[in-house]
Design a protein around this ligand. Sequence first.
Ligand code: ZN
Length: 127
Amino acid sequence: MWSQRSVVDYGLAKRATVQSFRAGRTGARDVCDANPYLLRAARYHGESTDRVCPICEHRNVTNVTYVYGDELGRVAGQVKATSDLPEMAREYGEFRVYVVEVCQGCSWNHLAVSFVLGTADPPGPSL
Ligand SMILES: [Zn+2]
């Protein structure tokens, strides 16, 4: 496998959003706002999970994985399969991966986690 660096887990922010929704402080329209591109990416390139959507509690969420980095050129901003990442991690020095969970039922979407992959250490002070 590959080693993930600078991992940022957005679980806390996600829980806060879900709690706010359940408490009625946030409307479904505010949390279920996946744009057409994201929904399309989820449908055609997403990876299904066994996690039930926290909002509609009806469908399982789909993971959509984006890659960003100066080295990536045209690949930056593209959706990738998790299985593509090990090869990219060997090919590039550094790029960041963002995993967004999307519900194709109610359009809930939230950043789940992001991390850095690549052959070299990230520049600047590491955590
Ligand atoms: Zn949902």
